[in-house]
Design a binder for this molecule. Structure first.
Ligand code: AMP
Ligand code: ZN
Ligand code: FE
Ligand code: FE
Length: 287
């Protein structure tokens, strides 16, 4: 049937509620979908209920923003982390850091002459963990920009006019927290760090050196399927998984309206992730 192990809901910056995501998975003919919201487990309960009702297997996940000692930022996926543990306790801190950062971003936007109100961004985020895509949508509504991408390019991307930083976990620390909870830690879209924009050429030798460090930190695998990968990135990530005995997972990174070109269940191959990946992922948990 095919699966998708990377998707967002209204628990963070996706536009589909967890239930709508599961309904959409049935329309897309998927047998399983992972809920991997930014810095929250908030979408799990509703997705699990909808999944058992609609016959879609739900993989509980999370996507954490991390930064190493050199300042390099990445996204880290955690699957099957037990609830109520040490990682969940950290989430309060990470969400507080986000809130403080969002206030700074809105202040900067106001001083740049493109004010949006916190109340409106809160409405757009529908009670979920607020992220820059919500702020981008507010900028678009006011007519300051024509697209989410333009909002990032002009105001919100790292290093741009209204950018602001927040404290995040170190990758090694986050991997340990995922493992403490019996979960599986996957380096999300490694060649597409959150600060990178388009598909500029990738220095694969440098990335392999970095991957070796992530392996020392204990990462279990990396995404080898991803909607945004070029053929070169797809073949490199798959090759690395084979070479280092890493789990190769992946998905679309479906968000709904804030990333309108990404469809659930569609990776760089144009197809969903094969079912065999889920069996391999499950075999790794609780180790
Ligand atoms: P946040 O969680 O608030 O840091 O926002 C992260 C979200 O913004 C992720 O979904 C990213 O894919 C998206 N994002 C970050 N940087 C950019 C960028 N330069 N262009 C487009 N989207 C971006
Ligand atoms: Zn997102
Ligand atoms: Fe990501
Ligand atoms: Fe994502």
């Amino acid at each position: 049937m095919g699966i998708d192990l990377h998707a967002h809901t209204t628990a963070s910056d996706g536009s589909f509620t967890p239930r709508e995501l599961v309904q959409h998975a049935t329309v897309r003919g998927l047998g399983a979908v992972a809920v991997t919201d930014h810095d929250t487990f908030g979408g799990h309960e509703e997705a699990l209920a909808a999944g058992s009702e609609l016959g879609v297997e739900i993989v509980p996940g999370i996507e954490l923003s991390v930064k190493d000692e050199r300042g390099d930022k990445s996204h880290l996926l955690g699957y099957y982390v037990k609830r109520g543990g040490a990682l969940e306790q950290q989430l309060d801190f990470l969400q507080a850091e986000r809130k403080a950062r969002n206030v700074v971003i809105l202040d900067k936007l106001a001083s740049l002459g493109v004010p949006v109100s916190m109340a409106r961004v809160e409405e757009i985020s529908r009670g979920g963990v607020m992220g820059r895509p919500h702020i981008a949508q507010a900028l678009m509504e006011r007519g300051y920009v024509q697209s989410v991408q333009e909002a990032f390019d002009r105001f919100l991307a790292d290093g741009s006019a209204a950018a602001a930083s927040k404290e995040v976990l170190h990758p090694a620390e986050a991997i340990d927290l995922i493992h403490d909870g019996g979960g599986v830690a996957i380096w999300a879209h490694p060649t597409r760090p959150p600060s990178k924009r388009g598909a500029e050429p990738v220095d694969f030798e440098a990335w392999e050196a970095k991957l070796r460090v992530w392996i020392e930190w204990g990462v279990d695998g990396l995404e080898i399927y991803y909607s945004q990968y070029t053929p070169a990135e797809a073949s490199w990530t798959a090759q690395m998984a084979g070479k280092y005995g890493l789990l190769g997972t992946g998905g679309s990174d479906f968000h709904g309206v804030s990333k309108p070109l990404i469809e659930l269940g569609v990776t760089h191959t144009g197809e969903p992730v094969p079912d065999s990946v889920l069996a391999a992922l499950k075999a790794r948990k609780n180790r």
